[in-house]
Write a new protein. Structure first.
Length: 686
């Protein structure tokens, strides 16, 4: 009997700028291969190593495929199978009992375990709005950079990624593109073949830095100083587009005066690099300016994870307008283009349901301070103590900062916790109930992107394994048990996919080819038209000034500046290991085999005085905790900075912790975001 084979169009669900189009080959109901869709120009048939192993993750022997109820202490990971009806009845009853006292004692916790708009915040958001639960301030990844763009350009908008292939000078700033933005790297390589110069600005000598012509290994949190020094040189040498500045910017005299305070020598001392490197980069910019060649900046989120991250993004985002680089379709800047998508968020999430909850304006709780918030008692200022958590699309015990406190909060015996998951993660180990969720191959979803400008549709390729349900189905069933009878809780997943963009995106095109491109101009700000209040690129923000802040981009020292505490002389950043994506894929054996063990990269100048050799087991520590890992001594780290590659599950680490044991919960200047790369440590041999 011949096998029945189909190829199903889908989309990668993971938190990456590339949002790839997938083709899943299914034989007799089993997914046998996942590959990139060659018909999608942004994907070009190419997938990263992680997602090319997606069938290994879907059919993983440790996949949770039945509802589980806790039988051991919190954190023990001891559970028993239970039926869906029994689990949901108990969960609904316990949530209802808490909600009668105060629904704000219930908190959803979710982020980008899937970037899908349907399995992310559709029925789930409706459920929590109708309940009147506390609202989660979802800040853990991108909100500082988003705020920086909002106050400067007017929103998360920028270049179209495909036009980087035509750029003549590309600054890859705060990004390891080879590991985390592979399809942009294809365009950068095309530009390089055509004679473009590539410059990497990153404290770590990443795989991307290896392939660029120049690498500026600045200290963490000093990006704004570098941006101002480059502006200084542009002013001194006349590399300014006076016409563009006059017509399309606001606050140039103030910005000019501040930039002139930052000659290369001053910035070099702050950034920890040679002034000659800054001068050379400025000269590269000047040559392109004089030849009217396009200059492009690929900014990524690594640089905004320090105290001054929002202002740093503001400073860098001023550069293209100073140079008039936006005139070219291959010039300007790209951090995120998610603001270009005509998403009908209110239709999907229904915030109007808050009016029926009896709590029309529930409090916000910042996901980046969940460690403190779970341990906080009720108070007039804070409100009720958090009594229940429903976690989906996230693994906070591993990924949230200062994870020792996070784990302690999740271990509270009086905290009722429900986790929707594929695996028994660090967070799931602390749950009262673990509910089996479907993977991307098993459900409908629709996706925007932040690295390109196409909408993608994901069709289910296989039937759900075991008793797994989509997130949407779980929240529909909880809503029914809670007595929420609004018709919107009956919308099926395909209907939700259609609602996401409404008539703005042709759904028939999505059904036929799996993706649809937004009709956007090639050069979004060639003639100004910034979506700011003034319609201009706002070097000076009157909105920030009205909030009592500096209207100009500031150079702010880190919370934990190098030299501020002699006990902890080393700065630590924690960029992702190449074969993991946050904490996703850590339990995929083939990928973990490649990564080996948790690693701390050290420069020989820091390792040798501490008696640390390559391959030694070391303890990294500060007042918040200690983390054991293996030292890799070499040139990946710059002197004074160590790189703790993450994010390992705590229970798969060497001493039951991961790098977030050492990070803190203080926030950024703008956007209320975490400061993962603003962290001082010391290192000794284990």
């Amino acid at each position: 009997m011949s096998a029945s084979t189909q190829v199903i169009r889908g989309a990668c669900p993971h938190d990456c700028p590339d949002t790839c189009a997938l083709l899943t080959t299914v034989t007799d109901g089993v997914a046998v291969k996942v590959q990139g869709n060659p018909a999608h120009p942004q994907t070009g048939g190419v997938l990263c190593t992680k997602v090319s192993r997606y069938t290994e993750r879907t059919y993983h022997p440790e996949r949770v495929l039945t509802p589980l109820r806790r039988t051991g202490p919190k954190g023990s990971g001891r559970f028993e199978p239970v039926g869906w009806a029994e689990a949901l009845d108990d969960i609904a009853a316990r949530l209802q009992a808490i909600a009668i006292r105060d629904p704000q004692a219930i908190l959803p916790y979710s982020y980008a375990g899937t970037m899908g708009l349907v399995q992310g915040e559709s029925i789930a958001a409706r459920f929590f709005h109708r309940l009147g639960a506390s609202r989660l301030d979802r800040t853990i990844c991108a909100s500082a950079g988003a705020a920086g763009l909002e106050y400067t350009l007017g929103g998360k908008l920028g270049m179209r990624v495909e036009f980087f292939a035509e750029s003549r000078l590309i600054l890859i700033w705060g990004s390891n593109s080879i590991g985390s933005n592979l399809h942009f790297w294809r365009y950068a390589q095309e530009a390089k073949r055509q004679g473009a110069k590539l410059v990497c600005i990153d404290p770590r000598r990443s795989e991307t830095a290896d392939k660029c012509h120049e690498h500026l290994a600045i200290l963490p949190g000093t990006d704004a100083a570098l941006a101002y020094a480059l502006m200084h040189e542009c002013i001194v040498h006349g590399w300014l587009d006076h016409g563009y500045i006059a017509r399309h910017t606001l606050g140039w005299p103030q910005l000019r005066d501040r930039a002139l305070e930052w000659p290369p020598e001053r910035a070099a001392a702050v950034c920890g690099i040679a002034a000659e490197q800054i001068v050379k980069l400025a000269q590269d910019i000047g040559r392109c300016f004089e030849r009217q060649e396009p200059i492009a900046i690929r900014l990524n989120y690594g640089m905004q994870r320090t105290r001054g991250g929002g202002n740093a993004v503001r400073a860098v985002a001023c550069l293209p307008a100073v140079l008039g680089a936006w005139r070219h379709r291959a010039g300007g800047l790209l951090l995120s283009n998610s603001g270009a998508f005509p998403l009908q968020r209110d239709v999907l999430q229904r915030p109007d349901l808050l009016q029926r909850s009896g709590v029309p304006a529930p409090r916000f709780i910042n996901m980046s301070t969940i460690g403190d918030d779970l341990l906080r008692p009720a108070s007039p200022e804070f409100g009720p103590r958090i009594e229940a958590l429903v976690v989906y699309n996230s693994n906070p015990v591993a990924v949230a900062p200062e994870s020792g406190k996070v784990a302690a909060g999740f271990a509270r015996d009086d905290l009722f916790t429900v986790v929707l998951e594929h695996f028994l993660t660090d967070t799931a180990d602390h749950a009262d109930y673990v509910l089996p969720a479907t993977t991307q191959l098993e459900h409908w979803d629709i996706h925007a992107s932040y690295g390109h400008t196409d909408v993608l549709l994901n069709r289910p390729a296989i039937a759900p394994l075991g008793q797994a349900w989509p997130n949407t189905q779980i929240f529909r069933e909880l809503a029914r048990r809670m007595g929420f009878d609004e018709p919107c809780f009956n919308d099926d997943d395909e209907t939700l996919c259609r609602q996401a963009f409404g008539a703005a995106v042709d759904f028939d095109t999505l059904l036929q080819q799996g993706f649809a491109s937004l009709p956007l101009p090639d050069a979004p700000f060639a003639a100004g038209g910034f979506p700011t209040p003034s319609g201009k690129c706002e070097f000076f923000s009157e909105r920030l000034q009205a909030q009592g802040m500096d209207g100009l981009p500031q150079v702010l020292p880190n919370h934990e500046a190098v030299g501020s505490d002699p006990r902890y002389p080393l700065a630590m950043i924690s960029p992702p290991a190449r074969h993991f994506l946050n904490s996703t894929f850590v339990n995929v054996q083939s990928l973990r085999d490649v990564e080996g063990e948790p690693v701390l990269e050290m420069h020989p100048d820091d390792a040798t005085p501490r008696g640390v050799a390559d391959g030694d087991r070391v303890i990294v520590f500060n007042d918040r905790g200690r983390y054991e890992c293996v030292a890799r001594v070499g040139q990946r780290a710059r002197p004074g900075v160590v790189n703790g590659l993450g994010i390992w599950w705590r229970k798969l680490g060497l001493n039951g912790t991961n790098v977030n044991e050492l990070t803190h919960q203080r926030l950024t200047d703008l956007g209320r975001a975490p400061t993962f790369y603003d962290c001082l440590v010391e290192v000794r041999r284990a």
